[in-house]
Design a protein around this ligand. Structure first.
Ligand code: F0G
Length: 352
């Protein structure tokens, strides 16, 4: 049976890694493209989820981190540094640990999901809690990144987007062509830029007959692309995309406009509803930011913007296990406690 070897080995000819370069990999990529009939029915097209929560650290960030951290080893050891809303820091910490490099992560105080924080800690990163948001953190680490002993691994590092574009390759490889529409959440705007690069590359090589229309989705309280300008105090329950001043602004606008796409906003309530729907009817547990893509698609379908016969891929970017507190909300976990007998369990189940 074929064992997936990680994106660098699988897509070597499309990545800036030379033969003989060190490769730091945890087997990232090769994630499931799961058909979602419950969504297809509602939307009127054929809907698939690209389940990026199946990556080694539970988010799409691993695709970029394998390339970025491999390059740190290639160019000489340095302190691996990032600002993060949680997933980048989890990924950076894991890949730095694997590479034997020290890692420091700058995190907005009190706004990181518990699972992501745990990941940075168990992988041995130094945590710096910032009295500020992600945008403040990114400004600080960009300044630190000018030092020769610091390797910045946010998506302003071009190797990150190179790695992340491989998700588009996998989708085309799986479907036999590009989808009609690709929907994904937008925060710092690296991922939409990376997908667009990947789709264009494959189309230019004749591996796809078309590029998809790119639909980005932001949270209403953190929607600079919808406003058309940075948001000073971004707020959303989807903390992963609580970003007001995205770094890849121009690239994301190009992805939107060159693909004939759009970037919309959805409310926190729509995000939570979509998260619950994906969990209960598709069988995939995603984090709130990831559910924004599906929430956005459902809103567009409601507005009549989904063409008949469309093939639609929604990237669900991160694993729901990272943020169980938000998923459970005010749900009280209080299952019935029974004696350890078959009769007692059968009774609770109404099995007579
Ligand atoms: N979904 C999840 C789960 C994320 O963690 C992020 C970004 C996004 C979507 C948005 O992707 O920034 O490329 O537009 N998380 C970054 C982090 C900011 O620090 O983990 P983007």
């Amino acid at each position: 049976a074929h064992q997936w070897r990680g994106i660098i080995a699988e897509y070597a000819d499309h990545l800036p890694i030379e033969p003989g370069d060190p490769v730091v990999t945890l087997g990232e990529g090769g994630t499931p493209l799961v058909e979602a009939p419950a969504l297809s029915e509602r939307v009127g097209g054929r809907v698939f989820l690209k389940v990026e929560g199946a990556n080694p650290t539970g988010s799409f960030k691993d695709r970029g981190m394998t390339v970025a951290v491999s390059k740190v080893l290639a160019t000489g050891p340095a302190l691996v540094v990032c600002a993060s809303t949680g997933n980048t820091s989890a990924s950076a910490a894991a890949y730095a640990a694997r590479a034997g490099l020290a890692c420091a992560v700058v995190l907005p105080a009190g706004k990181i999901a518990a699972g992501k924080l745990a990941q940075a800690i168990v992988h041995g990163a130094t945590l710096v809690s910032l009295e500020g948001n992600f945008d403040d953190g990114l400004r600080v680490v960009r300044e630190l990144g000018t030092r020769p002993d610091v390797a910045l691994v946010n998506s302003v590092n071009p190797y990150r987007l190179q790695g992340q574009k491989t998700a588009a390759f996998e989708i085309v490889d799986a479907l036999g062509d590009a989808p009609t529409i690709h929907v994904l959440p937008v925060g710092n705007a690296g991922n939409i830029s990376a997908y667009w690069m990947g789709y264009r590359e494959y189309a230019a090589e004749g591996r796809a007959t078309r590029t998809p229309v790119m639909w980005g989705v932001q949270a209403e309280g953190a929607a600079p692309f919808v406003k058309g300008e940075p948001v000073e105090h971004p707020e959303t329950i989807a903390t992963a995309i609580r970003i007001g001043n995205p770094a890849s602004w121009a690239l994301a606008v190009a992805a939107r406009d060159d693909s004939g796409g759009r970037i919309d906003a959805v409310s926190d309530a729509e995000i939570l509803d979509a998260q619950a729907l994906i969990a209960s009817e598709v069988g995939v547990f995603v984090e709130p930011a990831s559910a924004a893509s599906v929430a956005g698609l459902l809103a567009r379908a409601e507005a009549g913007d989904v063409p008949a016969g469309a093939t639609i891929v929604c990237t669900v970017t991160g694993n729901g296990l990272k943020d169980t507190a938000t998923a459970l909300g005010d749900t009280v976990i209080s299952p019935v406690v029974v004696p350890p007998t078959t009769a007692a369990v059968a009774d609770v189940l109404g099995l007579g």
